[in-house]
Design a protein. Structure first.
Length: 279
């Protein structure tokens, strides 16, 4: 898994991005630790309505990754008139589970509190992640204790978008046994166990050629959400591997199916929110 994540980051960092039409606020500190910084991308031309915010958590097996790699993602989302935030979070060995979850909660809480300063719509926040970042996104939604530990206000999410996430895996080897162990702690890391009836809508995607994270994770979380009568769109993508589910958001990637599905999903979520507000 670590090898695949390293290959992913090496590939993504070389994806070009045109940010001429983007307002960028870099290295915003959401906490006191070195890693607790985020980048925020907003449409340069302010529209009549504040843009929804997508908060993206990257993958890397909780051991590597950097927000600077995901400028190509910003280009893709800004084009659709969405704001995008990409937080860094403390990685192993400086952090173990659940340390990075509290970092993620602090980043979300900071953005929610400072929505007026950065001019986005805090009532329309979507949490998105890839691989280990998809785990973080889904866990934030399922186990509310992380957010309540850093915020006195309830922070609603419009939806969760998870790409190739290890939502229900059991650590079998280092460093994951060190990150999540000892084994008596494993029940507290299984996201399906925390799903309740108020879980926000989910969009879960996994590639049929993913040999890094098993699709059993998507299936397990989908089942848990449906058992609670929650909303979930859960899809497999033929011929997508672990990297494809995130690299599809680059304009230089050939297959746009997953990218188009995600943007259609967000559009539908936002239209539903608009309809509810007007009613």
């Amino acid at each position: 898994m670590l090898s695949a994540c390293t290959d992913l980051q090496s590939y993504l960092v070389n994806l070009p991005a045109n940010l001429d039409h983007v307002r960028v606020a870099e290295n915003i500190a959401y906490g006191d630790k070195i890693a607790q910084k985020l980048d925020l991308y907003l449409p340069r031309d302010k529209g009549l309505a504040k843009p929804p915010l997508i908060i993206f958590f990257y993958g890397g097996g909780w051991t590597s990754g950097d927000k600077d790699v995901y400028k190509f993602l910003a280009e893709s989302f800004i084009e659709k008139n969405y704001a995008l935030a990409v937080p860094n979070y403390t990685l192993y060995p400086d952090a173990k589970f659940p340390d990075f979850m509290y970092d993620a909660a602090k980043a979300v809480s900071y953005l929610y509190k400072h929505h007026e300063k950065y001019d986005f719509d805090r009532d329309n926040i979507i949490i998105m992640g890839h691989s280990a970042g998809a785990y973080i996104a889904a866990m934030l939604a399922a186990d509310k204790t992380y957010l309540t530990s850093v915020s006195t206000k309830d922070i609603p999410f419009r939806a969760i978008i998870g790409l190739s996430g290890p939502y229900a895996f059991t650590p079998r080897e280092e460093p994951y046994t060190n990150i999540f162990g000892p084994p008596k702690n494993y029940p507290s890391m299984k996201i399906p166990a925390f799903v309740t009836e108020d879980i926000p809508p989910h969009f879960l995607a996994h590639g049929t050629d993913d040999h890094v994270v098993s699709d059993k994770n998507r299936i397990a979380l989908t089942k848990a959400i449906r058992q609670q009568e929650g909303e979930v769109i859960s899809k497999q993508y033929d011929d997508y591997d672990h990297i494809d589910t995130i690299s599809t958001f680059s304009k230089f990637w050939g297959d746009e199916k997953l990218r188009n599905d995600v943007f259609e999903y967000i559009q539908n979520i936002m239209q539903k929110a608009k309809n509810e507000k007007s009613n």
